[in-house]
Design a protein around this ligand. Sequence first.
Ligand SMILES: [Zn+2]
Length: 71
Amino acid sequence: MKKILAAIFLFFMLFSTSSATLAEIVVFNWKTLKYHKPSCQWAKKCTQNCTKVDKKEAIKQGGKPCKVCGG
Ligand SMILES: [Zn+2]
């Protein structure tokens, strides 16, 4: 019985930590230094200067949120 409880506990621990550290992917335009939500119309139009990166990484590189989608 204790083993089952431990397994359930471990499962929830893993689940909560993995969802908390889940990276938020944004479309980062390294030319204008703006980042967009992947669903943003400008992100879809941006095919040459954009790369998909973690939001934290985009901010670290001097990225600013898009005024249309909010980043
Ligand atoms: Zn946008």
